[in-house]
Design a protein around this ligand. Sequence first.
Ligand SMILES: *Cc1c(COP(=O)(O)O)cnc(C)c1O
Length: 428
Amino acid sequence: MNNEGISSRFYQQALELDANDPLKHKQELFQIPLGKIYLDGNSLGPLPFSAKIRAKQVVEEQWGEDLIESWNTHDWIDLPITVGNKVARLIGAEEGSVICCDSISVNLFKVLASALKLAEHKTTVLSQSDNFPTDLYMVEGLINLLNDSSAQQAYAFKRVSSADIERTIMEEADNIGVLLLTHVNYKTGDVFDMQRITKLAHAHDIIVIWDLAHSAGVLPLELQNWDLDFAVGCTYKYLNGGPGAPAFVYVAPKHLALLEQPLTGWMGHQQPFSFAPQYQKAQGIEQMLCGTPSIISMSILDAALDVFDDVNIKDIRKKSIGLNAFFQSYISEFLAHFGLNLTLGCNHSATDRGSQISILHKDAYAICQALISKKVIPDFRSPNVLRIGFSPLFLTYSDVYQAATILAEVLISKEYLRHEFQITNKVT
Ligand SMILES: *Cc1c(COP(=O)(O)O)cnc(C)c1O
């Protein structure tokens, strides 16, 4: 079969899959620039029209006209909880166990410090060495701070490869008090078995913190049923909350009573407007708040989450695997016809990874730039990963077909070697 034969067969398949897509009505809820194929919803989700309308409302009407009264009349004060509960539904968490605030980094500081207190004499934090850097940096910073100020016990940070996590839990459980893992690896897309590892850690008296940055909104999660302790996640990736949208934090209700998070700002107080001179934490999940919430951003996020009304995360996952597997089989056949093949930096089956595929190539950055010049938008992660994300709410199989065709052509022609694609931007 020649190359046209391969392409037309996959094209027909794409059309059929699109015609039978139960999520196809969701695409029109997003503003997608004409002619652009956006494969980076895993880094910054696109703009839902509901969010755009709310942005105008919150600025022009609420801030512009209603001013300070909006804290009550537009329920600004309850937004962290309202939005938290919306996120809770998407991650299988109990009502009142999730709150929206700050960034993942800041929320990690709060939960790490709280978890270490609960862990008492078990003073080692264990994490995967290929975790997202901010997760590792936040542990380092906290441990330095604790070791500088604590005369009684020394805290330690141990990092091992993802493959060695379970063995390390079993061998070093006496010292490990807290386990911090990211569910879907940001670079490879590989997924930990959250339920099994949480169970294993608990059997060894270890508190677990999960980072859901690349899982929330795209993978079925059951925080309550899987007995999680803590989780953090962001809302500007698959939840489409907009650049820098506030993150979320989950605390198992059973931990709320004893919890002592160190960023004791006034919004976490039991009665912020009593302006009492002594801190007294709120009893509920509000205790995770610190300062005044970013209302504009959070309002936009609140409206952006409307696109998840009436969808089942299981259907989202099904389409995510479908798009991912379709892309992989089409491009593999296309390239094989020209004697080329892809080196994957992830599990080879789409069912074993998150909503992305990672392609390893020494010219990954230049390939990414060449694709962007053709209006196909993936991203690059240092030093050699081309990361392609499949957000199921707005991507079609035809989009993925077209993107794969263009990537195959770029790889075959080697046009990424052109000088203009070698220049490194500040944000990659
Ligand atoms: C995107 C991402 C973050 C981002 O952290 P912020 O503090 O919200 O900027 C953290 N962890 C992981 C795993 C991520 O993918």
